[in-house]
Design a protein around this ligand. Structure first.
Ligand code: SF4
Ligand SMILES: [Zn+2]
Length: 315
């Protein structure tokens, strides 16, 4: 069997495999919480995470399921500030904030630029503001927003993988040159960057998944990124289930995430965090799941490699 399917993976194919969206309210974020994170100052601090409801991202990446909590049309001006205000009124205090919008913060059809000033006022208490964006939307609007906010801006960009044959097949419509250009543009204006890196995207074996996540992290830090977030790839958007059935995709094991996190922390080039959302689904052994989760969480917070978990499933 070939490593890659014979059919073309493009937006229309990906969209045709989708199920339905969740019901969302344009005046409420679809999730929010405060979590602890290892920050650039070397401390463990509270970070508020607000998942904004807004128009669906115009890219349709093969592995993305963020469209599930989006609207079909742009939200009206004023809706995003209302969402942030609501989340902040419910959350305990935090020093930093992530505003993730299932797309690009600087996409004018996602976050209306006329709302930037109001958003900046609401963000005054925060030392760091983290938003996400595809390189296609990183431009003068990013600089305008950065100037409006009191705290330091950090932009998270999905690097996904540097594998030369897999990255184009993810339908991200981004080249490594685009990524590098965005990171250097942001750095030259004193704006921080974080990179999302996929652990075992489609068309990779478990070993290749680990190897390319490590290579992608090396590359991201060489490019000048401050923080790497390693995301184990899951199915759940229709297209991925199809690829899974055809043996073009298998989710990675929690132990591979541990290996990649260990590698990244050993590099000492910047902060490396494992994304632990829905982590239970990446383990086939009930016995060691809890200790592995705790190990990953401690490694995230302390940025130190912790002693390995021993279990009959691997020993
Ligand atoms: S750019 Fe990001 S949000 Fe948009 S489809 Fe791709 S992964 Fe999803
Ligand atoms: Zn086990």
């Amino acid at each position: 069997m070939s490593k890659y399917p014979g059919f073309t993976i493009d937006s229309s194919w990906i969209l045709s495999r989708r199920g339905s969206k969740n019901q969302v309210d344009p005046f409420r974020p679809y999730a929010f919480f405060v979590e602890k994170e290892h920050t650039s100052g070397g401390n463990i601090e509270e970070v508020a995470a607000v998942f904004l409801t807004n128009r669906e991202c115009p890219f349709s990446c093969l592995m993305c399921d963020l469209w599930k909590n989006t609207t079909d049309n742009p939200v009206p001006p004023g809706a995003i500030p209302t969402q942030i205000e609501y989340a902040l009124s419910q959350l305990p205090p935090a020093r930093h904030i992530k505003l993730y919008n299932s797309g690009s913060f600087f996409d004018p059809l996602a976050i209306p630029p006329e709302d930037y000033e109001k958003i900046a006022t609401l963000l005054e208490p925060f030392e760091t503001v983290i938003v996400e964006s595809h390189p296609a939307f990183i431009n003068h609007k990013t600089l305008s927003f950065s100037k409006l906010i009191k705290g330091a801006l950090q932009v998270a960009i999905g690097l996904e993988t540097i594998h030369p044959e897999v990255l184009p097949r993810l339908n991200k419509k981004m080249t490594l040159a685009d990524f590098e250009q965005s990171v250097s543009f942001l750095s030259s204006h004193g704006i921080g960057t974080r990179a999302f890196i996929l652990l075992r995207p489609p068309f990779m074996t478990e070993e290749e998944g680990i190897c390319w996540a490590n290579k992608s992290m090396d590359y991201a830090f060489r490019t000048g990124v401050d923080t790497c977030i390693v995301i184990p790839v899951r199915s759940g958007n229709g297209a991925m289930e199809y690829l899974e059935k055809q043996n073009y995709f298998e989710p990675p094991d929690i132990q591979s995430l541990e290996k990649v996190l260990e590698y990244g922390i050993h590099l000492k080039k910047g902060i490396v965090l494992a994304d632990l959302w829905d982590i239970d689904s990446f383990s086939s052994c009930k016995k060691c799941l809890q200790p592995r989760k705790e190990r990953l969480n401690r490694m995230n917070l302390l940025q130190t490699v912790m002693p390995p978990v021993r279990c009959s499933c691997t020993d």
